[in-house]
Design a protein around this ligand. Structure first.
Ligand code: HPA
Length: 256
């Protein structure tokens, strides 16, 4: 499970947590962006063994695609089968207000720095299929949990951009015309690596702001993190509910 900007509070819900800072692990750099703790927490959530990746490496920090993918590849090698990714995002669809949660249905990879570039990894396809990057059954499970908990959840397309500058208003109009509902600077690099390694993916975006040009506000990272903190409660409820249902579903018992 990958926790994005300001969404780190889910870690508090882990029983018997064992925490390892990324900086302590060979081959992992230290994270430096406010709001990204940068550690693995292993433990149990809703009775299910989980590995939480709290914080992530971003392309905009100058990390190589291999570093961005390293935590997900580590989880895959440890035996994870299902990957829940959460992220902060801007609402490109004008009807999305801060606090809304979007179930990622599909994505537009506009980062142009694939985590899969380079020599093919053994056991992985050279040209992995991306016709269904997000697992349909996990998505249905998420929609069920959301409905039962009274949390509005709608499907949408996530546009991944490299950042670190926020988009211009013209870029947001372009993304909308391309079919994007939300925009962010993460998630897709990890999904590419995860799908290549055979992990089933579920992506949830927390809308922390209306995208540029859709409100009079000027975007600031602190505000994004703060909205994540405040509105992150519904996301925590959702993720915990999904993990709980995974235990009882046909999926493997490891949700990571
Ligand atoms: N754009 C890109 N990434 C983001 C945004 C945004 O508006 N909000 C949170 N992450």
């Amino acid at each position: 499970m990958v926790l994005g900007s300001g969404l780190g509070r889910l870690v508090e819900r882990i029983e018997d947590p064992v925490s390892v800072e990324f900086g302590e692990l060979p081959g992992f750099p230290r994270t430096g962006v406010t709001g990204h703790a940068g550690r693995f927490v292993l433990g149990r959530m809703a009775g299910v063994e989980v590995l939480i990746q709290s914080g992530r490496f971003h392309v905009y920090e100058g990390h190589s695609p291999a570093v961005v993918a390293a935590p997900v590849r580590t989880a895959a090698e440890l035996g994870a089968r299902d990957l829940i990714l959460t992220c902060a995002a801007g609402g490109v669809d004008a009807t999305l207000d801060p606090g809304a949660i979007v179930l990622i249905d599909d994505h537009l990879d506009l980062m142009f720095r694939s985590t899969l570039a380079g020599p093919a990894r053994s056991g992985e396809p050279r040209f992995p299929d991306m016709s269904a990057p997000y697992d349909r059954r996990l998505a249905e499970l998420a929609l069920e949990v959301a409905q039962d908990a009274g949390i509005p959840l709608r499907r949408g397309v996530y546009a991944a951009v490299a950042g670190p500058s926020y988009e211009t208003a013209a870029e947001i109009r372009m993304l909308r015309s391309l079919g994007a509902d939300v925009v962010g600077m993460s998630t897709v690099p990890e999904v590419l690596a995860a799908r290549s390694a055979g992990l089933r993916c579920l992506g949830l975006s927390l809308v922390t702001n209306k995208a540029t040009g859709l409100s009079a506000a000027v975007l600031s990272h602190l505000e994004v993190v703060e909205t994540g903190r405040v509105a992150g409660r519904a996301m925590s409820t959702l993720v915990e509910g999904i993990v709980g249902r995974l235990a009882g579903s046909a999926h493997s018992t490891a949700a990571k």
